[in-house]
Design a protein around this ligand. Structure first.
Ligand code: ADP
Ligand code: ADP
Length: 229
């Protein structure tokens, strides 16, 4: 499992407006860190830099000590699994959506891989089987069901680094808790960053970084941050 580090990262989308003002933090191998802060604080920008949709103007992002600027984009993206807030599914079967990126695999192989990857709990909760068509002409999945498919798809690739960008924030509390409990169980030991705007969803994080105006203004465990609130 890799260690992920941001070292004095400065970034702005435009020259005249800096979004991240020297961001420094490290997620040790296998730990789960959370970034929390108000809307507009720069949290999603951090994810975009990690994927190299943009590069920092100053500072470095390191995976196991290697600057990601020197890593092939393809190899970088194979290392990082992202689950965004509103995952978009293909108008195809649930199995195709889960196995996307492994197009050679048939349903049986996807089921086996899902069991091996311990992601079956996500698939089990879906209303219909893997061969069910979803999307425009097929079955309409709820937000929670879509996220289960998206999480299963991401975890099936077994990424060493997992980035959850508000992955459950659009869901009702019960569905959210249900998914988070399962996620916690199956992503144990993966280097994970959760982006969140509520502390309640990141109670299990090893460390929480509070971001405000593109800076880390506070760090601590869930209970410590609650006490300081
Ligand atoms: P958060 O995820 O914490 O809500 P973001 O990282 O999405 O914050 O955004 C941080 C700031 O960057 C916001 O002020 C936002 O308006 C600005 N921003 C985000 N994306 C772009 C973009 N593509 N071009 C210019 N500004 C952007
Ligand atoms: P693969 O090719 O193995 O499916 P990708 O390189 O496409 O993996 O990356 C996973 C997916 O996540 C891509 O579709 C990418 O566009 C999407 N993605 C990456 N970063 C973000 C982000 N910050 N917000 C939303 N979607 C993202």
């Amino acid at each position: 499992r890799p260690t992920l580090a941001f070292e004095d990262v400065h970034f702005g989308y435009d020259k005249d407006r800096t979004i991240l003002h020297g961001l420094t933090f490290e997620v040790p191998a296998g730990q789960h860190h959370a970034l929390v802060g108000p809307s507009g604080a720069g949290k999603s920008t951090i994810g975009r830099l990690l994927f190299r949709f943009y590069d920092p103007q100053q500072g470095r992002i390191l995976i196991d000590g290697q600057d990601i600027a020197s890593v092939q984009q393809e190899s970088l993206r194979a290392h990082i699994g992202i689950v965004p807030q509103d995952s978009v599914l293909f108008n195809d079967t649930i199995g195709y959506n889960i196995g996307y990126g492994r197009e050679d695999a048939n349903e049986e192989e996807i089921i086996r891989a899902a069991r091996d990857a311990a992601i079956w709990p996500f698939i089990e909760k879906l209303p219909k089987g893997l061969e069910t068509e979803v999307g425009e002409r097929g079955l309409k999945l709820s937000g929670g069901e879509k996220q289960r498919v998206a999480i299963a798809r991401t975890l099936l690739k077994n990424p060493p680094i997992l980035l959850l960008d508000e992955a459950t924030s659009a869901l009702d509390t019960r569905t959210e808790q249900d998914i988070l409990t399962t996620l916690h169980r199956v992503s144990e030991g993966r280097t994970t960053i959760s982006i969140a705007h509520r502390l309640s969803t990141i109670a299990d994080a090893d460390l929480i970084h509070v971001i405000q105006d593109g800076r880390i203004c506070e760090q601590g465990h869930h209970a410590e941050l609650l006490r300081r609130d």
